[in-house]
Design a binder for this molecule. Structure first.
Ligand SMILES: Nc1ncnc2c1ncn2[C@@H]1O[C@H](COP(=O)(O)OP(=O)(O)OP(=O)(O)O)[C@@H](O)[C@H]1O
Ligand SMILES: [Mg+2]
Length: 455
């Protein structure tokens, strides 16, 4: 280590927390020898007290300690010092806990056993990432409008996801995106790429569910001429083509089991072996994977190898369904209407209050994609300068709204009471039996709805 390096590290104060006094002594000594200012605590409560009055650039903490586990300790530290960098040390058996800690705000974790080199590298990375993150946040604020593929994220739960995504963008670990179809996994993958140091590199994607099993492997890793009868020429494969960039593996739970060890190898060693090739080639690619089926179920059912699952699941971002982020709706409608107008070269003035009320009440099982498609069709079909409820009804693909209750009622000579109950049933169908939403659409309170249903 050079002298200037040592001098720089002297300025950095580290706090080591571990219930094992031997570990604390060993680590603080090693860190001191490496030029850091290091001190230690075996009692988390003591450590918390010190954090109130002393400044530490980084806290290095054990995850499993009697009296206080990693996530709780982190919450307690962040309650006192919101931006405190915390690096966690986990035993192999508690990787799960480490991963959860990462999601709740640790800047990284090291799995025991590790070398001094691993430790100092993790420390330097954490501190450097923090500096870079600050810069990135500043840049993002400076040109809000310039962000391509702007994502709407006004609701608190979506903002949290964006924050985590921003942090994930700054490191190279794999990211696993989960969430219902149309919730925005693809869009978030692109966002992460564009906010990473790889932004200038390629962003490539493969949908594992859309390709025949036999093709996934050669698509990903490439194929040498003559490897099999159809392989008439060399093909580099996505790992090579995405060099210096990001590879997005969509529907990862559908990746053939036989291909999974190769992916694991690529993730662990950064090398791939093209089909029919005699040796490995090294690659520099960041992996983002996504699935819209519950990945834990795929794991239980043996569709995904446990080792691959653990490797991919280091940073997990669960995108909430649209119906759980109502504060986003207004902004999304605005944003998507704008997109639709640009795409269709059609100007409209806005959307009626009644149409907006319906949008708020509808559960959007197809999430943002369904909303985008509905609005696009409405813009294309409308004969007014404002989107009305009837335009949405025409645009939505729900047969329950499309068919005409009124003309049915007339041909069947329904009474008013019968028509009312038929209409209530329709709305309940549309809202998938969500009484609160149905009552909102019907313009009555829930109690009244229940009474009407009982009658
Ligand atoms: N927060 C958002 N703000 C703006 N547009 C969004 C947002 N989320 C998603 N979209 C848009 O909605 C559409 C669907 O999103 P996307 O394709 O990312 O969903 P997905 O989760 O990948 O779905 P699937 O599982 O079916 O592949 C895209 O056109 C995307 O740009
Ligand atoms: Mg997608």
């Amino acid at each position: 280590m050079t002298l200037t390096n040592q001098a720089m590290q002297k300025n950095k104060q580290l706090l080591v927390i571990d219930d094992d006094a031997g570990v604390v002594e060993y680590l603080t000594e090693m860190l001191a020898v490496s030029g850091y200012g290091a001190s230690g605590e075996t009692d988390p409560q003591h450590a918390l007290q010190r954090l109130e009055t002393e400044h530490f650039d980084l806290v290095i903490s054990d995850v499993e300690m009697p009296g206080m586990r990693g996530p709780d300790l982190m919450a307690a530290i962040h309650a006192r010092k919101p931006g405190q960098l915390i690096l966690l040390i986990t035993a192999f058996g508690s990787i799960d806990l480490g991963v959860r800690s990462l999601q709740t705000g640790a800047c990284g974790f090291l799995t025991k056993p590790f070398s001094l080199n691993d430790l100092t590298a993790a420390i330097e990375r954490a501190i450097r990432d923090r500096q870079m993150h600050r810069e990135v946040v500043r840049v993002a604020r400076d040109n809000q409008d310039a962000i391509p593929h702007g994502l709407v994220a006004e609701s608190p739960n979506m903002q949290k996801i964006m924050q985590l995504a921003g942090r994930a963008a700054q490191i190279n670990s794999p990211v696993l995106l989960t969430g219902e179809s149309g919730a925005g996994k693809g869009a978030l993958a692109r966002f992460i790429h564009e906010h990473s140091r790889r932004a200038k590199g390629p962003f490539l994607q493969i949908n594992c569910a859309a390709l025949p099993f036999s093709l996934v492997e050669s698509e990903l890793f490439g194929v040498r001429k003559g490897a099999y009868t159809d392989a008439r020429e060399h093909r580099p494969g996505l790992f090579v083509e995405a060099e210096g960039g990001t590879l997005f593996l969509d529907e990862i739970a559908e990746m053939p089991l036989a291909t999974q060890p190769k992916l694991l190898q690529a993730l662990e060693t950064g090398t791939v072996r093209p089909v029919g090739a005699g040796s490995e080639i090294s690659t520099d690619v960041r992996i983002i994977a996504a699935t819209n089926q519950p990945i834990e179920k795929a794991l239980q059912n043996g569709l995904i190898r446990p080792d691959l699952y653990y490797r991919l699941n280091v940073i997990r971002l669960e995108i909430p369904p649209l119906r759980e982020r109502l504060p986003d709706l207004e902004f999304l409608v605005d944003h998507l209407l704008q997109n639709a107008q640009t795409k269709l070269q059609r100007q409209i003035r806005g959307i009626s209050a009644e149409a907006m009320r319906w949008i708020r009440a509808y559960p959007w099982p197809g999430n943002v994609r369904e909303l985008a498609n509905t609005l696009e069709r409405a813009v294309a079909l409308t004969e007014h300068d404002t989107i009305l409820l009837e335009d949405l009804a025409q645009a939505t693909q729900l047969p329950t709204i499309k068919d005409n209750l009124l003309s049915d009622a007339a041909t069947q000579s329904m009474t008013l009471a019968e028509l009312e109950i038929a209409y209530i049933r329709r709305i309940l169908e549309i809202t998938q039996d969500n009484k609160a939403q149905a009552a909102k659409i019907l313009g009555i309170d829930r109690g009244t709805l229940y009474r009407k249903l009982e009658d």
